[in-house]
Design a protein around this ligand. Structure first.
Ligand SMILES: [Zn+2]
Length: 475
């Protein structure tokens, strides 16, 4: 039995221990920040990918895969981009004993791998929009403290890259990505805010960046994804042009959408408790575990009923395990709770004879299911668990924000703060100093809670152009 650190007071310690205890990753690999995907963690990642793929392909995006190595000459074409990533790239400078004529970059992200090829693919307005995505490993020489899933040097990266006819169409693609992320976040049960980052914190080379942020306790937030509008910032240097209907040559406008296994870390951090991980049904490696409980010697064996139920549930598309190991039932319950299995079904001799099962979900709700339509009752119990998990997550989300009206109020913040900001960088930095964190930016769409009234900038008092902004301590 593992005693987990108190999650409410020691979130990071709790997080690191729960990942180990649940065997989602093995961080003992010999390169810091590059972790091993264990069988259980890999299964969770596969579900994560499935949700992302379904949501993005529903918006007309097609899968591609570009090489991991990028020639230095291509990597350096967009100057802000190279400035932003230069300190984080791994270089390949030799092939065997031969020094390479042109050194290669191990992709930190794939703009510079894809865009020279996009320039070949896009010829006419009929080739647009070009909406493609890939899920590949990217590499960044991270200098901050690395943490499994949250900050790693080898990233399991989802990246969509698109080319559009003009700025408005690219803006519409950003909106479409936001809606697609809404679908994904519903599956992961992660209430989030879309926040337009301030100029000084946008993606290197972007026209603007929209980050997807979640509160993770106190004043802390975690960025779980981002969507960028590039305008012509990359299509210019990479020469991605098309012939418009009127015969003129035009540069495409581009967007990108990035996600990673950080979503898995977010799910662990947001839903987990003192017993361990809590997986939403869409992400759980297995959604139901059936534990047959043998009775006294001579009593009927419940295993056949357990196996038959597992088959019936799999036929309905559920991921099911039957735990027939030699451990005591209590030890099995403990392990499956630690690993976050949404629903446990206990079948003893009496349940087997009656065609029923005792169900206990990961939030502790217990009930007897069956005998009528036992598989249907299991599906309903799983849906009820998902709804309860969502209600709990939404309640915590709603309570995670509070308004601040002065810089003094920002000091020692114990929640994510909503404040008025004039948009000036100097005022933004005053906010950052006061909260000892970051001005996340301005909310895209409605604020997470009702705010009282409008007023001047929290730093300078100006009322002109002042908007609602959020400030926090990003993890
Ligand atoms: Zn101001």
């Amino acid at each position: 039995m593992v005693e987990l650190p108190d999650k409410s007071t020691r979130l990071i310690d709790w997080y690191l221990e729960v990942l180990d205890a649940a065997q989602l990753t093995d961080k003992r690999y010999g390169v810091k920040g590059m972790n091993v995907w264990t069988p259980y963690g890999f299964q969770a990642r596969r579900q994560l990918d499935a949700v992302m793929i379904r949501a993005i392909e529903a918006t007309g995006s097609a899968p591609v895969e570009f090489p991991a190595l990028i020639p230095q000459t291509e990597f350096q074409k967009e100057k802000d981009h190279i400035k932003g990533f230069d300190a984080q790239v791994y270089w390949v400078t030799r092939g065997g004993a031969t020094e390479l004529d042109i050194p290669l970059v191990l992709r930190p992200t794939s703009e510079t791998a894809m865009y020279p090829v996009f320039a070949l693919w896009v010829r006419s307005h009929r080739d647009l929009p070009l909406n493609v995505y890939q899920i590949v490993n990217t590499f960044r020489y991270e200098t901050k403290t690395t943490r499994p899933f949250l900050r790693v040097r080898e990233i399991h990266f989802f990246e969509e890259h698109t080319c559009q006819v003009d700025e408005a169409t690219a803006t519409a693609r950003v909106e479409s990505n936001l809606a697609a992320f809404g679908e994904m976040a519903r599956a992961f049960v992660l209430p989030f805010l879309a926040i337009r980052r301030p100029e000084w914190d946008k993606f290197p080379g972007a026209f603007y960046s929209v980050a997807l942020d979640i509160p993770v306790g106190g004043a802390r937030t975690l960025q779980i994804g981002s969507i960028h509008h590039y305008r012509e910032n990359f299509s210019g240097p990479y020469g991605i042009r098309y012939e418009a209907a009127d015969g003129s040559q035009k540069l495409v406008h581009q967007t990108t959408f990035g996600l990673s296994e950080r979503l898995l870390g977010a799910v662990v951090a947001v839903h987990g408790d003192q017993k361990g991980v809590v997986f939403p049904p869409a992400l759980a490696p297995y959604q139901v575990v059936i534990v047959p409980i043998p009775g006294k010697p001579g009593a009927p064996d419940p295993a056949p009923a357990a196996l038959a139920l597992a088959d019936a549930l799999r036929a309905r598309g559920l991921r099911v395990e039957v735990d027939r190991s030699d451990e005591r039932p209590g030890a099995k319950y403990y392990r499956h709770e630690l690993r976050g299995v949404p629903l446990r079904l206990e079948i003893g001799a009496r349940e087997a004879a009656a065609g029923t099962a005792t169900a206990v979900d990961r939030l502790g709700t217990k009930r007897l299911l069956g005998p009528n339509d036992l598989p249907g009752a299991v599906e309903a119990a799983l849906a009820d668990f998902g709804a309860a998990l969502r209600a709990a997550a939404e309640a915590r989300f709603a309570a995670a924000f509070s308004e601040a009206r002065s810089l003094t109020e920002l000091r020692g913040s114990t929640s994510v703060r909503v404040l008025r900001w004039c948009g000036r960088e100097a005022c933004g930095h005053e906010v950052e100093t006061a909260i000892d964190g970051a001005l996340l930016g301005t909310a895209e769409g409605p604020l997470p809670f009702k705010v009282e009234g409008e007023g001047g900038c929290i730093a300078c008092g100006a009322s002109e152009g002042t908007r609602w902004a959020l400030a926090a301590q990003p993890l």
